[in-house]
Design a protein around this ligand. Structure first.
Ligand code: BJW
Ligand code: ZN
Length: 246
């Protein structure tokens, strides 16, 4: 039996949770972080994605986030996002837990989306905590809080920062109680997010990995589908439909 058929059998049993990373949005034109063409080839994480970098040079950090927000605001969900939304509508997928900050799962129609690393589409006041929705790229070099004029920052999780507690607790609960976790387009390199598939496995779930290349998870995955998520996930959904219509 090929990988898609095996994966489809696991998905057709229901109680599936998807855990996604940058690779799921690559085909929407959003760059990944690691690997060929990834953001970390051209930019240093410690100069852009840490609270220390923001304290040192907020204008530089904002310039980078404004560029990324402009990409996200003009991006469209791809067939991988749409396939996950369809699995949710079919009643087989409980939720998407995502490390992505682009909002493309919601744009594709996914209803239950747990964002572990925040959102590029929001800023947060460094003084009063007020959150601002960014439906366009801010014009100011240093965007200010409408409530208190404090300095705004992107509402994302930088290295060394804790994940939002409510999102993390919900993700752990979902991982512990699912029957199958689809791990899609993530290098599984960043913790604590990368521990979710391990939590799922420990709880007895099957792991299905969908990625262009092997990751630290490959060794313990029950099925590894190698290729583009935007091509493989629609094939998986078709195969699941075939199985449940029999
Ligand atoms: C495709 C594809 C296609 C491509 N189809 N597939 C243990 C040891 C050492 C350090 C640590 C440790 N535990 C924790 C840490 C520290 C750190 C960490 O994990 N570091 C590691 C790098 C080692 N973690 C943290 O700091 C976290 N916080 C924390 O631990 O808090 C507790 C604490 C508090 C105080 C002190 C110490 C600890 C926070 C992590 C925040 C991560 N933030 C970022 C940036 C978000 C904002 C922004 O977007 O700018 O999140 S980093 C970046 O990596 C981003 C991503 O969400 C995250 C994961 O990346 P992802 O999604 O996996 O993408 P890639 O690019 O890595 O992989 C893409 C994959 O897709 C590849 O495999 C491709 O092959 C594949 N692919 N095209 C299918 N078409
Ligand atoms: Zn404020």
């Amino acid at each position: 039996m090929n990988g898609i058929s095996l994966a489809a059998r696991l998905v057709a049993r229901g109680r599936v949770v998807a855990f996604t990373g940058a690779g799921v949005s690559a085909e929407s034109g959003i760059p990944t972080f690691r690997g060929r063409g990834g953001l970390w080839e051209r930019f240093k994480p410690e100069e852009l994605a840490t609270p220390e970098a923001f304290a040192r040079d907020p204008a530089r950090v904002w310039a980078w986030y404004k560029w990324r927000l402009s990409l996200v605001l003009s991006a469209k969900p791809n067939p991988a996002h749409l396939a996950l939304a369809e699995l949710e509508r079919m009643g087989l997928l409980t939720a998407v837990i995502t490390q992505n900050v682009d909002g493309l799962h919601q744009a594709a129609g996914s209803k239950r989306v747990v964002e572990l690393h925040g959102s590029l589409r929001r800023a947060r006041c460094t003084r009063c905590g007020f959150k601002v929705r960014l439906s366009r790229v801010p014009e100011e070099e240093l965007p200010r809080c409408p409530a208190c004029r404090g300095l705004l920052r992107p509402d994302v999780v930088w290295f060394g920062e804790s994940l939002p507690a409510d999102a993390w607790l919900e993700a752990v609960e979902l991982a512990s109680s699912c029957k199958c976790m689809l791990v899609i387009g993530t290098s599984c390199a960043v913790y604590p997010a990368a521990s979710l598939p391990l939590i799922a496995k420990r709880g007895g779930a099957a792991l299905v990995e969908v990625s262009l290349e092997a990751t630290p998870l490959t060794a313990i995955a029950d099925v590894s589908l190698r290729g583009r998520a935007g091509e493989l996930l629609p094939l998986l959904v078709d195969e699941v439909k075939r199985l449940i219509s029999r």
